[in-house]
Ligand binder design. Sequence first.
Ligand SMILES: [Zn+2]
Length: 113
Amino acid sequence: MVHKMMWIYIINIVAYINRLLSKMLPTPNRLPQSRSDARRYITSLHGLDYKKIHACVNDCILFRGDYENVEVCPKCGEARFRKDVSGLHIPRKVLLMYILIYILINYVIRLVH
Ligand SMILES: [Zn+2]
């Protein structure tokens, strides 16, 4: 279940991006531009799941991409995992990245590069 403030952020981000994209596209176009249109669009998506990404305890890096299989932070040397009483490796810090935001961030990064 998505926290109410997160929900409002997502709706505002989608509405903002749609307004920006709408100005770049030929008119008329079918992008929803108002917050209520954005909310209707988002609720049509099936579930707002999230992805867990391990992070350095000192916030140096995210263990993804080139660091996907690294067990020690290359910047500060802190361990990625701790062992629990049964010996299982538990990530010391986990970032919950909502999938929709993850998609939007990757989309914006691709636009910039
Ligand atoms: Zn670090």
